[in-house]
Structures are given as structure tokens and as C-alpha cells.
Design a binder for this molecule. Structure first.
Ligand code: OAD
Length: 257
């Protein structure tokens, strides 16, 4: 894939970089996306039966078991070259913020430090009634297990449909999107709001906006640059060019001395 020289120049000159990732970034780790036609989770399961508070009230065991199955897949998965490249890119810029819709924690496992999790994290558990994060509970054999504080049902600490977004994370994500020089939208179908509004906010506020995705999205025609391909191929390539640029700059500086 050819990465346009203008894009390289813009990224190399950036001081504030913001990245929004979606399920596509974890696809090459074997974590299924939601909306890909054959392999996406929503092609096989109905979100309204598994990912809403109503679904949990109706059938808590089914919902717990489904998330438990996903939790095991995530635990077995490894960060892929896209996660690793983003963790490396974080070191190249004075300000680098990574907003993710993913709940799998793979960015952090790859070494990313500044991660804003918009939809929670599947490895955390909280009380359905109190919302408190719970890390240890007695093994009574109940499915779902019960909250050791109040006896309520435990649930995954993710954002379900019909639930509000976490306020602090949403505010940070909005700030990161409206105050950046370059914004990358990577591996997201850009259809689930409010996350899908972030690339548009970046665009409105003057950032250079780049989309990385093998498929077109509702944002594709708006992006300044579209890199059509899997994130695990495109990002390492971009990182290598950026690092090489820096090395050449350093060499040029030293040869003047
Ligand atoms: P989607 O499943 O909607 O979209 C995944 C995107 O990744 C698609 O645009 C694919 O073309 C793209 N893709 C697939 N493989 C890729 C690869 N190797 N590299 C780059 N891109 C690739 O996932 P999201 O946009 O993350 O919400 O979905 C948003 C939200 O909808 C999720 O966070 C989840 C879901 O319902 C909640 O659970 C609240």
C-alpha cells in the first residue's frame, strides 16, 4: 500500500494526535467484530437479547454466559501488529490519545498507556444494582454471581445499548477529538453514536482526519485520507515510515554540527 507523502508530512509535523479505534483493530487478533457480514457477532446474535439492561433482567444467565464466552476469547487473544504499532506511535508525539470502543483491553496489553475506554471493559465486573466495580466474589455456584455487598446480580462492566455513556470518558474523548492536529479513525464502522460523531468533530475543528479500514464507512467520503486495508498491515507500515523520517531528521541535524 502506498501511503501518500502529504499524509506522512502532516503526521510527522503533528504534536497532538488522537486515535479512535473499533472492533476492526482486534479482528486480526481473532476477536470477532460486530457488523462484518459473515463473521460479525451481530450476524449471529441479537443485540437486544444480549446487550441491553432489559435483556439482562429477562435472562441474566444467558447474558452472563455470553459475556463469559467472549471474555474467554479475549483472554486467549494476543495483541496484533496494529495494537503494537499504536503503542509505539504513542511514544513519537508530545500528546497522543487513544479512544477505543473496544472492551477487550488489547491496547493496554500491547503497551498503550493513554487509553480512553468509551464502552467499558469486558474483563471488569460490576454490580447491576449499585454499579460498583467488584473484583472478588464468593463462589456460590450462582450464575451470574452475586454482589458480595448487596446480593444484587453481577454483570460485565461494559456499556449496553440503551445505557448512558460514561461521562468522564465521553468528555475526555470529545476534548481529545476537538483539540488535535491529526485524528485517525481505525477499524470502526462509524455507525454507533456518540463514538461515531468523534471523527466528524475532529474534522469540524480543523484536524487532518485519516480513516484506516478495508471497507468504506459513512465517514469515508469525509476523511482527508483513506488507507484501505487491514490495520495490522497499514499501521506498522506507517510507523516504520515515521520512525525512518525521525532517524533521517536526527542524522541531518548531527551532520550540521
Ligand atoms: P463494527 O463491527 O461495527 O465495525 C468493524 C469495522 O472494522 C468495519 O468497518 C470493518 O470493515 C472494519 N474491519 C474489519 N477488519 C478490519 C481490519 N483488519 N483492520 C481494520 N478494520 C477492519 O465495530 P465497531 O465500529 O467497533 O458497542 O462497533 C461499534 C460498537 O458497536 C461496539 O463498540 C459495540 C457494538 O455494538 C457496544 O457494545 C456498546
Amino acid at each position: 500500500m502506498t501511503i501518500p507523502a502529504e499524509l506522512i508530512r502532516q503526521v510527522a509535523a503533528a504534536r497532538r494526535v488522537t486515535v479512535l479505534t473499533g472492533a476492526g483493530v482486534s479482528a486480526e487478533s481473532g476477536v470477532p467484530t460486530f457488523r462484518d457480514a459473515q463473521t460479525g457477532l451481530w450476524a449471529k446474535f441479537k443485540p437486544e437479547e444480549l446487550a441491553t439492561p432489559r435483556a439482562f433482567r429477562r435472562n441474566p444467565r444467558l447474558v452472563w454466559d455470553w459475556y463469559d464466552w467472549r471474555r474467554k476469547r479475549v483472554a486467549d487473544a494476543q495483541p496484533n501488529p496494529a495494537h503494537h504499532a499504536l503503542a509505539e506511535m504513542e511514544k513519537l508525539f508530545p500528546q497522543f490519545r487513544l479512544i477505543t470502543q473496544n472492551v477487550d483491553g488489547l491496547h493496554q496489553r500491547a503497551g498503550s498507556r493513554n487509553v480512553i475506554e468509551l464502552h467499558g471493559n469486558i474483563t471488569r465486573t460490576k454490580c447491576f444494582d449499585e454499579g460498583t466495580v467488584i473484583s472478588i466474589w464468593p463462589d456460590t455456584g450462582d450464575v451470574p454471581p452475586k454482589c458480595p455487598n448487596c446480593g444484587g446480580l453481577l454483570r460485565p462492566d461494559v456499556v449496553w445499548f440503551e445505557e448512558p455513556m460514561p461521562e468522564a470518558e465521553m468528555e475526555q474523548a470529545m476534548q481529545a477529538s476537538t483539540h488535535c492536529d491529526v485524528f485517525f479513525s481505525i477499524g470502526t464502522s462509524t455507525v454507533v453514536y456518540p463514538a461515531a460523531s468523534l471523527p466528524f468533530e475532529a474534522l469540524r475543528n480543523g484536524a487532518t482526519v485519516v480513516e484506516i479500514n478495508p471497507q468504506p464507512t459513512p465517514f469515508t467520503s469525509e476523511a482527508h485520507h483513506v488507507l484501505t486495508g487491514p490495520a495490522g498491515i497499514v499501521l506498522p507500515q506507517l510507523l516504520a515510515i515515521l520512525k525512518n523520517n525521525r532517524k533521517n531528521q536526527r542524522l541531518r541535524k548531527t551532520s550540521f554540527i
